[in-house]
Design a protein around this ligand. Structure first.
Ligand SMILES: CC(C)(COP(=O)(O)OP(=O)(O)OC[C@H]1O[C@@H](n2cnc3c(N)ncnc32)[C@H](O)[C@@H]1OP(=O)(O)O)[C@@H](O)C(=O)NCCC(=O)NCCS
Length: 452
């Protein structure tokens, strides 16, 4: 009998795999923030189609938009500019006129694309309502260090009830980077801040920032798949050259996270379909910020056996890892550490100490193929080294057939069989002919945080 969940058709496989996400997202509220740059891009219509698709799948959507390039163009046409002092823009009367014009123009553009229903376009047959309004009350940021910032403001209140009503009516709410004051004034706001405050006020399930850049990256420009607010604070403090826009998005993300928004995604808006990939597949198209560690590094337990086997058996079949029977894995389970994500084992490593020699063998290091090249191997190794150090181990060794260079790049040096503890030497498999590597560990255990 064939298993009807299996198919060789990638489309059918993809559609089935996305169904749990479709169910999970239905009825949820997402706040999506995009910059004015996105509106000018040739791919903007695709992004709007993706938003329409999300709405069609029953997601309650609020779109907060920026209008920076549109404002700047208008200012330039008038021979004016906007001063930026201490990272904040000064909005004088002339600039405010440009802000109002630009925000209006961007909103109209979004509404026009949402209204599109041409046959043979992805929007054929759709009828989407867009609703905008005076949802945000603002106050001036005022005079700081002697500088009058004019009509530059900050969010004072969000009318969540009015927004909810629009969403209940089935509309997509569109919120500009503007706020109104009870004195009848208009204030120029940061879209990132507006989006964060709207998400907080609505108790949104997700806040999604669509960035000009790739997402949150580490010092080697690798995407950071997940971070907690404390880690984002550290990045903000350390990286002085972060673009101002990114800085604002990151600040918005940590504020929202600390005030109860469960998931904040930072995605590149340049990557076609990033939103769909992030929401409907297991792949990371960008970075996720949550209050709690989302991926956890922890000791393996007996009920992890099935997940561990699923991870390592394909590598055993390729001869990359030594074969371990289920029974052996069961008896050795206490030696294993694993990384878990969404209930799935995505990486593992084992440590076999030889206390008399103050040595330990590092073995069975593996990261699930879908999750490689994201620095997990690095973090797992760091975790295993910490684990060894607290057990009084001075030296790690390992045997490898195909991964020598990965370990060498991380401080392991080639060794010889005779360097191994006597007991281990006796178990060496000459047929496998694995190479020996070792690494001396510094004595003090580091305080590097583990687990994500
Ligand atoms: C080796 C392994 C654990 C690395 O995990 P990872 O999460 O991808 O590791 P990182 O993201 O920290 O590092 C990725 C880097 O390692 C490199 N790399 C991966 N496998 C490598 C190998 N066999 N030899 C040399 N470099 C390798 C990648 O090209 C990448 O390099 P880059 O940063 O310059 O682009 C993973 O590839 C794996 O599970 N491999 C199969 C199992 C295995 O070989 N285990 C060792 C048994 S002794």
């Amino acid at each position: 009998m064939t298993n009807d969940r299996q198919t060789s058709d990638p489309f059918v496989a993809w559609f089935r795999a996305s169904s749990p996400y479709i169910h999970a997202h239905r009825g949820r509220t997402f706040v999506i923030c995009l910059g004015g740059e996105a509106v000018e891009d040739a791919g903007f219509a695709n992004l709007i189609h993706d938003l329409a698709l999300l709405q069609g799948l029953g997601i309650r959507l609020v779109v907060v938009h920026g209008a920076r390039p549109q404002i700047e163009r208008r200012l330039k046409a008038r021979g004016a500019g906007m001063q930026v002092i201490h990272g904040l823009r000064v909005t004088d009367q002339a600039a405010l006129t440009c802000v109002k014009e630009a925000a209006g123009a961007v909103r109209v553009e979004i509404e026009a694309l949402l209204s599109m229903g041409l046959a043979n376009s992805p929007m054929a047959g759709t009828r989407i309502r867009a609703a905008s309004g005076n949802f945000v009350t603002a106050k001036p940021i005022g005079v700081r260090q002697g500088i009058d910032y004019g009509h530059t403001g900050e969010v004072r209140r969000v009318d969540a009830q009015a927004l909810q009503q629009r969403l209940d009516d089935g509309a997509i709410a569109i919120v500009p980077p503007l706020g109104y004051s009870p004195t009848g004034e208009v204030f120029n706001l940061s879209a990132a801040e507006v989006a964060a405050m709207v998400a907080i006020a609505l108790g949104a399930d997700k806040l999604i920032y669509l960035l000009e850049s790739q997402g949150l990256t580490d010092s080697r420009k690798r995407l950071i798949a997940h971070a907690v607010p404390r880690e984002v604070d550290a990045i903000l403090a350390r990286r002085k050259r972060l673009p101002e826009e990114t800085r604002q998005y990151l600040k918005g993300a940590v504020t929202a996270c600390r005030r109860g928004v469960k998931r904040i995604h930072l995605l590149s808006r340049r990557l076609d379909g990033a939103l769909l990939k992030e929401l409907f597949t297991r792949d990371d198209a960008g970075s996720l910020i949550t209050a709690e560690a989302y991926e956890e590094t922890r000791n393996a337990r007996i009920d992890d056996l099935a997940g561990l086997l699923e991870l390592i058996q394909p590598l055993e079949a390729q001869g990359i890892l030594v074969r371990r029977s289920r029974e052996r894995l069961e008896t050795e389970i206490d030696h294993f550490t694993l990384m878990e994500r969404d209930g799935m084992v995505i990486a593992c490593a084992a440590l076999y100490p030889y206390p008399q020699e103050s040595m330990a063998e590092l073995a069975c290091v593996a990261v699930h193929p879908d999750y490689r090249d994201g620095g997990r191997g690095d973090r797992l190794l760091a975790h295993m080294e910490d684990l060894a150090r607290v057990q009084g181990i001075d030296q790690l060794f390992l045997l490898t057939t195909q991964t020598a260079h990965w370990f060498m790049e991380r401080g392991f040096v080639p060794g010889e069989l005779k360097d191994l503890p006597m007991q281990r030497r006796g178990l060496y498999n000459y047929q496998r002919n694995a190479k020996v590597f070792s690494k001396a560990l510094p004595p003090a255990p580091s305080t590097r945080p583990t687990g994500r």
